[in-house]
Design a protein around this ligand. Structure first.
Ligand code: F6R
Ligand code: MG
Ligand code: MG
Length: 371
């Protein structure tokens, strides 16, 4: 069995919240290279926007203390580099002072899966910035449940039985399994609300194997205050009874609307980009995603191939830009700005507080003009 882990954190932005300084990336890669001697079989450092992702292969299983504490140490070091260079928001995602065995609730996000490596094992790693974990719901549904997206659901006998979706309720900290295609409509009832219900894992019914995993933590819910969006990651195994690489990528040709963007407070389309464009700019957006493709062999990574670095996605990018421009014209109005219940996790309540005294019961008389 091998385990693939992506552990990610924003430990400081260059410039503002737009990207990661190359020295921070180099420092993280040095740590990974040293760890390849014993802890890791292989590992790479990649990024999207202001988030560093450690993409690691090892034999420690998921939720392993050795792996989590290693990642924690790496992020402590990149935080120090960020501080030394005066990067913006150094240590942003480090919510705790000390590591205590596992990264859950500590700030960094992670997606991990353990599996028996197939003779040829294509894996796609998706890294996003300026959005939240529910951003994966739409493409995962399209990939694993929609035959208009995924031809294999109709044509491949190994896919015909469908997939099981593990959904997490982030508010109640509960989870449930949905068996598709039979429970497709029931599934949609929940995952159509991606700020609360997120797809955590996918399993092939025929192969009995894990097919995908996402990072699901929401910092705002953990910290009880605004600490940015959670810039999620995801891994999907592909081919031979699992969705083909092209079927998984097809789900990103609609730049669906996600929440995040400027101040984590806006709806905006999800832009698929090449690694070289993984730097949010206009209005701290658009929320964006890179896809890094790997072939795994005895735990070693060949790659990445930069999967969205392809003219096939130009139309999606153009649409995304047009949609974004249109939404931007709404300024502070919903539905560009998030609904009120979501704004509770931003800095807006602090502004509203100033006017708490001013509100009085509605009455028929014309109000007295004061001030
Ligand atoms: C969104 C994000 C940015 C910041 C914005 C304000 O996830 O990180 O849009 O919210 O740039 O940042 P501060 O409050 O640090 O000036
Ligand atoms: Mg940041
Ligand atoms: Mg970020």
């Amino acid at each position: 069995m091998v385990t693939m882990s992506i552990i990610k954190a924003d430990t400081g932005g260059f410039v503002g919240h737009s990207a990661v300084h190359p020295e921070m990336l180099a420092t993280a890669q040095e740590h990974i290279d040293k760890a390849k001697v014993d802890l890791l079989i292989d590992g790479q450092v990649r990024w999207c926007g202001d988030d560093i992702s450690l993409i690691m292969v090892h034999r420690q299983g998921i939720e392993a203390e050795a792996i989590h504490s290693f990642a924690w140490d790496v992020f402590m070091t990149t935080t120090q580099v960020a501080k030394d260079l005066g990067m913006y928001g150094a240590g942003q995602d480090i919510l705790s002072d000390a590591f205590s065995g596992n990264l859950k609730g500590m700030g960094p996000g992670y997606a991990e899966m353990e599996f028996a490596e197939r003779p040829s094992e294509p894996v796609l790693c998706f890294l996003a910035d300026k959005t939240e974990p529910g951003a994966w719901n739409y493409p995962l549904y399209r990939t694993f449940a929609d035959p208009f997206n995924t031809a294999g659901l109709v044509i491949d006998p190994k896919m015909h039985a469908g997939f099981t979706f593990e959904v997490h309720d982030l508010f109640e900290e509960k989870r449930a399994l949905f068996h598709c295609p039979g429970e497709m409509y029931d599934l949609l009832l929940f995952i159509g609300s991606p700020s609360r219900f997120v797809i955590k894992r996918l399993f092939s019914k025929t192969l009995g194997e894990i097919a995908a995993v996402t990072s699901t933590q929401r910092l705002g819910l953990m910290a009880g205050r605004y600490v940015g969006k959670d810039d999620p990651v995801m891994m999907i195994r592909s081919q031979s009874g699992l969705p083909a690489v092209g079927e998984i990528l097809e789900a990103f040709t609609l730049p669906h609307i996600v929440s995040g963007c400027m101040r984590g407070s806006h709806h905006a389309p999800f832009l698929p980009v090449a690694q070289g464009d993984a730097h949010p700019t206009r209005f701290d957006g658009q929320p964006r995603v890179v896809c890094l493709g790997y072939q795994l062999k005895d735990g070693h990574l060949s790659g990445p191939r930069d999967m969205f670095d392809d003219p096939s996605f130009d139309l999606a990018r153009q649409r995304s830009n047009e949609m974004f421009d249109y939404l931007r014209r709404h300024g502070p109005f919903e539905p560009h700005r998030l609904p009120l219940d979501e704004m509770e996790y931003t800095t807006m309540p602090a502004v509203a507080e100033k006017f708490a005294e001013r509100w009085e019961p509605t009455a028929d008389e014309v109000p007295e003009l004061v001030g």
